[in-house]
Each structure stands twice: as structure tokens, then as C-alpha cells.
Design a binder for this molecule. Sequence first.
Ligand SMILES: C[S@@+](CC[C@H](N)C(=O)[O-])C[C@H]1O[C@@H](n2cnc3c(N)ncnc32)[C@H](O)[C@@H]1O
Length: 209
Amino acid sequence: MSGAPPGSSSAGLSTGTFPTAEDWDAWHRAGRSRPVPLRECAWVHRSLAPRRGMTAVDLGCGRGQWAAQMFRWGMQVTGFDFSGEALWQARRGAGVHPRLSFAHWDLNTEPPPSTVQPHSVDLVTCRWVVPYLHLPRFLATVTWMLKPHGVLYLLTPLHSAGGPMDRHLAEDQLSHLMTRWRYCLTTDFSRSNRAMLLRGHDSTAEGPR
Ligand SMILES: C[S@@+](CC[C@H](N)C(=O)[O-])C[C@H]1O[C@@H](n2cnc3c(N)ncnc32)[C@H](O)[C@@H]1O
């Protein structure tokens, strides 16, 4: 995909209905989000070697703790979420800084905001969010945003209790996410979650680095 932003196709791998922004507002008000584990920070930092000035987008940023971590690594970061409560908490926690911002985006229904240009982002991250998204649309969005050889970092649960706010990805969904990337690095921080760094999707990669 190159010029046009991702469309609204949701056919394929995602099933069922997803929680609404209001559901997530209540979830964030109840203080349910978790702090970023040191082990995860160390693995991503070691594997990715983030450089000052790289651009990063955190999709489904929640309260913004991961976006703030990337900001501390020197990156230019925008966090997107559709929960007004999450965005409010993220902005309150981060304060005002030219390299860190938070904005509204419903990833399942809205086109990319005009602030996001095609093939302009070095790193897209998405922690604990993919089970709530339409996967084909999500992948189209990510590959549209990423620079050639850009990286997608995913952290996703492998098991869940199965309630509407507690979803995980099935093996076929994980496999689908990992196809067509030139380089994949995965690790399981525990038996219940998987981290993936995916570089160079075949729709964005153009020649050697
Ligand atoms: C489990 S929380 C994870 C938050 C954060 N990524 C973290 O690591 O703590 C899931 C987040 O995804 C957001 N989300 C879910 N569906 C979304 C959608 N369609 N568009 C944008 N954000 C969405 C929710 O509002 C919520 O903040």
C-alpha cells in the first residue's frame, strides 16, 4: 500500500464485537492499566537500539506510560487512543513537551489523522491492544505508516479469561500478524504474553537498508 490511507475493510480474522470507548473510559477510571515492566524495556531497548530523533507512534496508548518510555529514549512520540479518559490521564501524566503528544483515533473506524503521513514512522508500537482491533485493517494501517524497514513492536496476551475486556489472540491470528515481514524477533515475557519485533513488511520494504 502506498498513497491512499487504509480503508475500512474488516473482513477476515477478527471476530465478535469489541469494547467501546466508554467501556475503556470506565476501565481506565478504575485504574486497571499496568506499569511497564523493566524486563520489557530492557528487551526492546537491546533489540531495537532506539536512536534520538526516531519517530514513534503508540497505537492504543492508554495512559501513555509506554509512549513516555520511548520519549525518554529520545524519540519523537505520538500516542493515539479512542478513550477520552485514557488521553486525559496520559496528558496529565506527561505534561507538555514538543516531542510527546497524545491524540484521539478510533483505529477500527476512522482513517489516520492528517498529522500522520504515509511511510513516515520509524516505529509503531501496540501493547495489549491488538485483540480489540480488526486485524486486516490494523496491518494495513501499520504498513501504510511505517517507513521502509520500519519496525512494528507488539505485545499481546496469549491467554485470557475470555470476557469482553479480556481478549487474546489465537495462534492463527498470531501467524497472520507475523507473515510478510522480512525479520521477526519474538520473546515470551511469561507463559501468558508474547512480544514481537517485526521489521520490513514486504509492502513497505524497498531494497537493502
Ligand atoms: C489494555 S489497554 C492497553 C493500554 C496501553 N497500550 C498499555 O500498554 O498500557 C487497551 C487500550 O486500547 C485502546 N483501544 C481499544 N480499542 C481501540 C480502538 N478501536 N481505537 C483506539 N484505541 C483503542 C483502549 O482505549 C485502551 O486504552
